[in-house]
Design a protein around this ligand. Structure first.
Ligand SMILES: CC(C)(COP(=O)(O)OP(=O)(O)OC[C@H]1O[C@@H](n2cnc3c(N)ncnc32)[C@H](O)[C@@H]1OP(=O)(O)O)[C@@H](O)C(=O)NCCC(=O)NCCS
Length: 146
């Protein structure tokens, strides 16, 4: 599968909102709240275009955005959040989107990810991209890439 990974633009905000609100993405999100689109666009603009330090990439297949990969600065590390549109799951896109986004981020800071233990697709993409398990609790596995 050919995927092009590039920094997100403000015009990608709606597509990212759509992917984030698909049932498969919501199921593993920290909050199941569906933010109204105008509020999401304001948040996206402020977070990735008006503040330093946060980065968002998107993956395109045939010119259509099929996933996003965010890196939010949290103290001395980044916290990652990634989702691929469910109609495109299982085609290797998440693995490539994560790997190419990390490469484009070009950071010395550690990247963290919190993965639900039952989320086996997510476990696979982080482990395939060299993330290492730091710890786990009843709910999550905590990964880090250094
Ligand atoms: C996690 C996610 C980004 C992975 O994206 P993807 O494009 O499907 O990932 P890939 O195709 O590169 O790899 C997924 C792997 O998991 C496997 N997989 C998928 N569902 C699985 C399941 N229920 N059990 C075991 N393996 C599973 C796939 O077969 C694939 O492995 P393979 O390449 O050996 O066949 C995507 O599933 C997603 O967006 N999920 C909802 C949001 C989410 O979970 N985000 C991560 C939060 S930490």
């Amino acid at each position: 599968m050919e995927i092009k990974v590039r920094p997100a633009q403000l015009g990608d905000a709606q597509r990212i909102w759509e992917i984030r609100n698909e049932p498969a993405s919501l199921a593993v999100a920290a909050s199941q709240e569906v933010i109204p689109l105008p509020r999401h666009i304001d948040w996206f603009d402020s977070k990735y275009f008006k503040q330093d330090g946060n980065f968002c990439f998107v993956g395109e297949v045939d010119g259509n955005v099929v996933g996003y990969c965010r890196f939010d600065l949290d103290g001395s590390h980044y916290l990652n959040s990634i989702a691929v549109s469910s109609s495109m799951h299982g085609k290797g896109i998440g693995t490539l989107l994560l790997g190419q986004s990390v490469a484009q981020l070009k950071t010395d800071k550690p990247i963290h990810a919190e993965v639900r233990k039952y989320n086996l697709a997510s476990v696979k993409i982080f482990e395939r991209n060299g993330f290492q398990k730091m710890s786990e609790d009843e709910k999550n596995i905590y990964y880090q890439l250094t």
